[in-house]
Design a binder for this molecule. Structure first.
Ligand code: SF4
Ligand code: SF4
Ligand code: FES
Length: 845
């Protein structure tokens, strides 16, 4: 794929990657080919046929035809123009005349292309059928407007991994045979398909991400919240970054005034994205409607300054900008206070240990590496909730690259099982709780090259030669006597026949599979999966970062980077975990008087408007984040904020006085000013968003861990299962002696996880994300086992805390582990957890 070829498009010489579609090559070279149904990074649907071009004298669809060395391509020929004109005319058959009220008007591809192709008359007609509108999850579907381009179906399958949309029968009369003879061939084929289909919806599979709304070229799929609220051209697009997860994907806050008297009073009407470059989670798309309309109050401000000056500790999370992190760090240095952020500290410690092996301060992979891989492994991430963009990349890669993947998690997830096309594309392995270390050893065992001797010896100690009986087909010669019917003579005939024979074969087993809790068939599955695979990525999730054996897991993950062909992507847990961990010098324990930034404390700064003084939420702030790809990316304020900021408080304390918070941008990493940061993609799909932070420099002054002791120790501890993890005093980054949770008969394991589209206290209050609540999410199996029904109340007790929660059934969940969310600050479920997995008592009340 990396070989370059030279092609000529409309007389212009272009260089392209071998295997690239003609359409993408033309776009990368700023040449326009009409196209409606192609969705970048997804399989071509070949529905619209507008992208016809002539390549070396043959008509081909440019979204599906790959460039070849020396290819000569013409975008327009008289025949192609005739086809395109007829296609657009057909698309306009029976299309309702409601552009005046349609949400898509002004950004509608049907409007645009009808004008572009100069459709000013209609030569075709067909009797239509009644097509009632429908309300589906977060959207409304109007089949009267649907042009059945199948982009929604494709993006849901190839990118999101939900498969919630499909084509269904339209029930219309067949087209008149006369058209076949009288109209251009492609236009007829397109119409014939269009006239047979509509789109159907499976509510159980939909995760309310809204990506199908984003790709719909017409007004057929629209956000039910946004519908009829505004014309597209009245909205101002503010480029920003996803404030909820570390993909920090580029999004736009579409903003408009709310008052005709004061043009300054504005609201966010919707969030949009350019789906050709990036996809959004439902949280990023629909969790935008909290705003802090704060006003200044001098008395309150003085108290805030005093509280910070007198504080011993500032508590905060990683849903803040780099600039705010920098201010907190400067406050720490000036006031000698403690900075406590458990999330960023765990990540920081994980990467410190990781870098001792690799010599680089961060991991080597990016989201794009996952998209480009054909073999992907995920370890320790509840992917669909923890990191939607990583999940999309995983699904996209195994679907589009004829790839395969392994998903290791202690909770089975049918949503993930549905990834990829038919066949052996994904294997989900429900691993034993806290067995992530064994999984990483297993990956090293299967894929490691030139491993350090101690590690190799350890892995060898886990291997066993075993035999098994397999049925082989052998050819055998059989001689039979046959009688010639005509002559009655007998003669002997010898022929080869196939015979199934049981055979004993020797194979290498690793007892690591027992520690993981995986079936030995996994070894064969991997062998099958690896056929024709050459590009590998591994996702290291939050369960690894927060694992009680943090140091060991980090070391093992780093060995994978160093001694295998995998690109390693460690998933930062919150939006700016990576940025905070790079900027702040963090403390383990808080002491004395506390000030909390969006965290409960003696004195609270709150962007939710419920603390002692207001702060701006992320959609009302300018600043930067460091995303999962290690890029510093900018975000802008959608709506003006009139209250005080952290910078205002810092200006009363620090010697450096910054007029705006973003004056600190140039103080971070490489000194670029905020206003000089780019935030867009170009037609060649290259990202121009901020800059890549330098993580490649060799870390100095570190000692590589003593491997010998490390692995010797492991032999004891991985076999010493059964020590209750709760006995361990500190759950900081220490090497514990436990690999599994000990549970009694009346106990169950609970897992700390939010439901899809919920991340924190801001998504908790977003109007369109109210579907999920803080409940005990259980599988249907556990529901039967505990004789529970949806809505029952259960007292959950763990770590000496008890919280009563409603029961909710998650139909995708497999197994006995239930999960408990922590996104709502009004329900104290955090106290149930010291680790991500805990042993709990569940009692129906
Ligand atoms: S709903 Fe929109 S995206 Fe889906 S097939 Fe219809 S027109 Fe295309
Ligand atoms: S909202 Fe997302 S999951 Fe649901 S149908 Fe659309 S693309 Fe699929
Ligand atoms: S874009 Fe190629 S067929 Fe529609």
């Amino acid at each position: 794929m990396s070989n370059l070829v030279n092609v000529i498009i409309d007389g212009q010489e272009c260089t392209a990657k071998e295997g690239e579609y003609i359409l993408n090559v033309a776009r990368a070279n700023d040449m326009f080919i009409p196209a409606i149904c192609y969705q970048t990074k997804c399989s071509p649907t070949l529905a619209c046929r507008l992208c016809l071009v002539e390549a070396d004298g043959k008509q081909v669809y440019s979204c599906n035809a790959k460039v070849k060395e020396g290819m000569n391509i013409s975008i327009n020929t008289p025949n192609i123009e005739k086809e395109r004109r007829a296609i657009m005319e057909v698309y306009d058959v029976n299309h309702p005349l409601q552009c005046g009220v349609c949400d898509q008007s002004g950004e509608c591809e049907l409007q645009n292309y009808s004008l572009y192709m100069k459709v000013d008359e209609q030569n075709y007609s067909v009797k239509d059928v009644h097509r009632p509108t429908a309300h589906w999850g977060v959207m409304n579907y109007d089949p009267g407007l649907c042009i059945v381009c199948e982009k929604c179906v494709t993006v849901c399958k190839d990118m999101i991994g939900s498969n919630a949309l499909s084509t269904v029968k339209r029930g219309a009369d067949a087209l008149s045979a006369e058209y076949k003879a009288s109209m251009p061939k492609d236009a007829y084929a397109m119409w014939n398909k269009l006239n047979k289909n509509l789109i159907g919806f499976d509510e159980d599979k939909c995760i309310d991400c809204g990506e199908c709304i984003s790709v719909c070229p017409v007004g057929a799929l629209v956000s039910s919240d946004f519908q009829y609220k505004s014309n597209a051209w009245e909205l101002t697009k503010i480029p920003a970054s996803n404030p909820y997860s570390s993909d920090c994907s580029l999004l736009y806050y579409d903003v408009k005034h709310t008052s005709i008297e004061k043009n300054t009073e504005k609201s966010i009407y919707r969030v949009t994205n350019d789906a050709h470059y990036t996809s959004l989670s439902g949280a990023a798309r629909f969790g935008f409607d909290y705003l802090n309309r704060a006003q200044k109050n001098e008395e309150a401000f003085k108290k805030a300054v005093e509280s910070v000056k007198n504080a011993d500790t500032i508590l905060f999370n990683s849903y803040i900008t780099n600039e705010e992190a920098k201010i907190l760090q400067l406050l720490k240095e000036k006031l000698k206070l403690k900075l406590v952020n458990e999330d960023a500290l765990k990540f920081q410690n994980f990467m410190d240990d990781y870098s001792k092996v690799t010599g680089k301060s961060l991991y080597n992979g990016k989201l794009e590496d996952i998209h480009n891989s054909n073999f992907i492994v995920s370890v320790g991430s509840f992917l669909k909730s923890d990191a939607p963009a990583v999940k999309y990349a995983f699904n996209n890669a195994i679907t589009i690259n004829k790839g395969a993947g392994l998903y290791f998690h202690s909770m089975g997830d049918k949503h993930i099982e549905g990834f990829g096309k038919k066949g052996k594309t994904i294997e989900t392995i429900v691993n034993k709780p806290f067995s992530e270390d064994s999984i990483l050893y297993f990956i090293l065992d299967q894929f490691g090259k030139d491993l350090p001797t101690e590690l190799e010896e350890y892995l060898a100690s886990k291997r066993e030669q075993r035999t098994k009986t397999v049925v082989e087909t052998v050819k055998e010669s059989v001689t039979e006597t046959v009688v010639d019917e005509a002559t009655g003579e007998s003669k002997e005939v010898t022929k080869m026949v196939s015979k199934k024979v049981p055979t004993e074969v020797e194979y290498t087993y690793t007892t690591l599979l027992d520690l993981i809790g995986a079936d030995e068939s996994l070894l064969e599955t991997i062998t099958e999966m690896l056929l024709k695979k050459d590009t590998y990525s591994i996702i290291i999730g939050e369960d690894c970062i927060t694992h009680p054996k943090g140091l060991k897991i980090a070391t093992l993950a780093a060995y994978i980077e160093k001694y295998t062909d995998f690109k390693v992507i460690v998933t930062p847990t919150q939006t700016n975990t990576l940025g905070v961990s790079q900027i702040c010098d963090l403390d383990v324990i808080s002491t004395g008087k506390t000030v909390g930034y969006n965290i409960k404390a003696d004195y609270q700064l709150s962007a939710l408007g419920d603390g002692d003084i207001d702060m701006p939420p992320l959609n009302q702030q300018e600043g930067t984040f460091v995303n999962i790809d290690k890029n510093l990316v900018p975000t802008n304020a959608a709506i003006q904020y009139d209250g005080y900021t952290l910078n205002d408080i810092a200006n009363e304390i620090l010697d450096y006085k910054a007029k705006y918070t973003i004056d600190y941008t140039q103080e971070i990493f490489n000194g670029v000013k905020f206003d000089d940061l780019e935030n867009h993609f170009t037609n060649d799909r290259v990202e121009h968003r901020g800059y890549s932070i330098d993580f490649t420099e060799e870390t100095v002054g570190v000692e590589v861990p003593d491997l010998k002791e490390h692995f010797t120790h492991d032999k004891v501890e991985t076999e010493g299962l059964g020590v209750n993890i709760k006995e361990l005093e500190s759950l900081q980054i220490i090497n514990t002696s436990s690999s599994a949770l000990e549970i009694n008969e009346d106990e169950y394991i609970i897992y700390r996880a939010n439901p899809i589209n919920q991340f924190n206290e801001f998504t908790a209050i977003a109007k369109q994300l109210q579907k999920e609540t803080v409940s005990l999410y259980i599988s249907t199996t556990l529901k039967e086992k505990l004789a529970l029904e949806e809505g029952d109340k259960v007292a959950v007790t763990a770590n000496s805390a008890t919280v009563t929660l409603d029961v909710k059934i998650d139909n995708d969940l497999v197994g006995d582990i239930s999960y408990v969310p922590t996104f709502d600050k009004n329900v104290d479920t955090k106290s149930l957890f010291k680790n991500r997995l805990e042993v709990a008592k569940l009692r129906k009340v």
